[in-house]
Design a protein around this ligand. Sequence first.
Ligand SMILES: *Cc1c(COP(=O)(O)O)cnc(C)c1O
Length: 392
Amino acid sequence: MTPKKISPATVALHADGAFRTDHAVSPPICQSVTYLADDAHDFAHKAVEPHNSEFYGRHGNPTATRLARVIADLEGAESGMILSSGMGAMTTTILSIVSQGDHIVAQDSHYSATTNFLQKFMTRYGVDTTYVDQTRPQAFAEAIRPNTKLILIETPVNPLTALTDLHAVSRIARAADVLTICDNTFASPINQRPIDFGIDLVVHSATKYIGGHHDLLAGAVVGSREHLERIWGTTMDLGPVGAPFDAWLALRGLRTLKARIDLHNANAGKIAKFLKEHSSVGEVYYPGLTSHPQHDLARRQMTGFGGMLTFDLTGGYDVGLRFVANLRLCLNAASLGGVETLVVQPAVMFRARLTDMQIKAQGVTPGMIRMSVGIEDSDDLIADLDQALRQS
Ligand SMILES: *Cc1c(COP(=O)(O)O)cnc(C)c1O
């Protein structure tokens, strides 16, 4: 493992130095799905050794293993593993921990597919979840039952960039002998390291900031070696392993993570201030604003406030539609965390599958806009927002 004193910018470039056995400075992609054994003894050993990346593709591959090492070091974790997507990582990790009859405590708001998995999938297999107000740490303690095995958190979370107190929740979980998983996708390990606050396992959609270029689908989970061996065992049965090509792209993207996150943080901070002062904009939700109800907590557990922000157009749904259509630089597309700025009007996405009541319960208003601020020049982004606001 990389010593703690090396800074994240350097870790992102050198944590996998030991893998440079072939003199190539830049990692090669290893597309082979199967590997020669030295002898029968070696074959038998590799067949059962956790995370062995040179046996058969479902057991792992050298490119993904290399990527996992870098993400684990960035998060301050002992071990890590790459899966086919963020949801592949989230579901495989949860399935490695709970059994029929167990109970989960999760947040009122999560990434929508995570909520769907708990509500529609886990309940079919006899695992119930209690959903709590994440802004109140005590709510997690109150929801714990004798059969609770897992507390699942995600901070910051859509749509209102609400935060969860990592230290408070991990203390509650440890006292009750319950495991914790934190989805750290929005913050990235540059802005927040949940393991430093006592969280057991950290999950990422590497599709987002880790890859950073809107060109790959991958997930990661990091934590102790013991937990990761269990998750590896589940992956062996379920099969959502990370593919070499996507891992290679993610490794390439990851090299510049620190530089990119610094730009995302700075741009989002400037844009949040601009929007806050604009007459057509109501509430602006960004953990870096002093007006954010959990700004003090953000300062305690984050070293930067990220590139995700949400704001409310006071004109409502139709103004929102026109605003998004009038943008020239900011692109109307799903996903987040890449170099290009993306915007979505959540009410448009949600109207396809939720009732107006359900949308409101999530805190979404008709004129709400979610923005994943990219690394374009901040003045150019602000000029684009300004012209779209004036024309809408
Ligand atoms: C995108 C995302 C996921 C799911 O990741 P995929 O790579 O799309 O499967 C999970 N959590 C958060 C916070 C996300 O943004």
